[in-house]
Design a binder for this molecule. Structure first.
Ligand code: AMP
Ligand code: MG
Length: 396
């Protein structure tokens, strides 16, 4: 199955089973959380017309003729009186301009005579150097839409509206396990034939960066009974993610478990690194079974599990952002599967990292992201391809 078709099906499932629980959080706790409701502006911004510069607020009609005496000075944080006829007002950046002001002349474009009266040296138009009330947004206008992933910038927008608490989606509870007789957990001593589990920490931290609460079920041997016992702890989870145990060599532990729960999608995804991918249910809880090789687990998580989760969270932009980059190498042999090459960007050109094995993470750690090569395609150095930056998918 193509990656696109798998994603289409997964996203349809996700949109049909959205997470719905909402909780209020303070702005400083809201970074990375998903806004649960549409928010409107509470106030005009700026709340009043104010000066964009240090200078003199004046009326255009008063400019021809005599220099203008300064009738008041307005600092930021003060409230001015109206602009008196045939005078100007000293104003500073961010200070409200007096009612009756047409524009502000910069102080460097003014001369003061012996009596402290102001003459303007350059022509002015209405509105110059004044930021009008409501210029940025009007009260009750749409501010941020439900499904927005809050970030430092949107938090600043909320703060500028005096909003100190926002309704966000409660953190989805995701149970995570690594499957395989050969796996040794953190801090364990390696026995014969064992390797350390690296997928769990990768997937756990990626999930946490998506705003999930991770229920860590640890490493589970290739034994249906042990798997079932481990999953008792998944109680309360809204999703289970596993790695490995979906290929034939494992006696297909995960697949066997899922088949009891009803319909199972056992896909051979046309993706490299990747391929075996399982979707089914344990009781009522959906399970995404990712492949075991660390490179494959990473890529399939980023391209399928991540968009699936974001879609259940009500996020609009769920797929990785692709940007065109120039390939710094040729790809003469077409593959049968859509391929994600781990590359580094050197002066805007993608350089292929040496080890593209699905079993390695080390080349990905030196990379800036993935170059997407469609199935059946070749390319020359200098051709433009889609690139997915790691930083855009939570790996920064
Ligand atoms: P499997 O999908 O179970 O056939 O595993 C494929 C490959 O990935 C095997 O070489 C496993 O040893 C390796 N592998 C599986 N799970 C992990 C893990 N959690 N961390 C590191 N390597 C793994
Ligand atoms: Mg295995």
């Amino acid at each position: 199955m193509s990656v696109d078709e798998a994603l289409r099906q997964l996203l349809a499932l996700a949109r049909a089973t959205p997470f719905t629980a909402v909780e209020p959080v303070a702005l400083r706790q809201a970074d990375g959380r998903v806004l649960a409701e549409d928010l409107l502006a509470t106030i005009d911004l700026p709340p009043w017309a104010n000066s964009a510069m240090d200078g003199y607020a004046l009326r255009l009609d008063d400019l021809p003729g005599q220099p203008l005496p300064v009738s008041q000075a307005v600092f930021a944080g003060q409230a001015p009186g109206p602009l008196q006829a045939r005078t100007c007002a000293r104003v500073f950046t961010g200070a409200p301009v007096p009612d009756g002001t047409d524009c502000v002349q910069l102080q460097e474009n003014c001369v003061l005579d012996a009596q402290g009266r102001v003459s303007s040296l350059t022509p002015l138009r209405r509105g110059d150097n004044v930021r009008p009330q409501g210029n940025e947004i009007r009260a009750d206008a749409p501010l941020l839409a439900a499904g927005t992933v809050l970030n430092p910038i949107s938090l600043g927008v909320l703060a500028s509206q005096g909003i100190s608490q926002v309704p966000v989606l409660r953190r989805p509870r995701v149970a995570l396990l690594s499957s395989g007789d050969e796996l040794a957990g953190e801090g364990a001593v390696l026995g014969p034939g064992q390797i350390f589990d690296s997928n769990r920490v990768v997937l756990a931290t990626l999930l946490e960066r998506l705003g999930c609460d991770v229920i860590d079920l640890g490493c589970v041997p290739d034994d249906p009974l042990r798997l079932r016992t481990a999953l008792v702890e998944a109680e309360g989870a809204e999703l289970i993610i596993s790695s490995a145990g979906v290929s034939v060599g494992d006696a297909d532990c995960i697949g066997a478990l899922l088949r009891e729960g009803g319909e199972v999608k056992l896909w051979k995804l046309a993706i490299k690194p990747g391929k075996p991918f399982t979707f089914g249910h344990v009781g009522a809880v959906p399970l995404l079974g990712l492949p075991g090789n660390p490179g494959s687990a990473l890529v399939t998580f980023l391209l399928t599990a991540r968009p699936y989760l974001l879609a259940r969270m009500g996020v609009v932009q769920v797929e990785p952002v692709r940007v065109p980059v120039v390939a710094g190498f040729a790809w003469p042999k077409a593959g049968k599967r859509q391929e994600y090459l781990r590359v580094r960007l050197d002066g805007g050109r993608a350089r292929l990292l040496e080890n593209q094995s699905s079993a390695t993470l080390l080349s990905a750690v030196q990379g800036d992201g993935l170059l997407e090569v469609p199935a059946g395609e070749t390319f020359e150095a200098g051709d433009v391809l889609d690139f997915i930056a790691f930083a855009g998918v939570g790996v920064y």
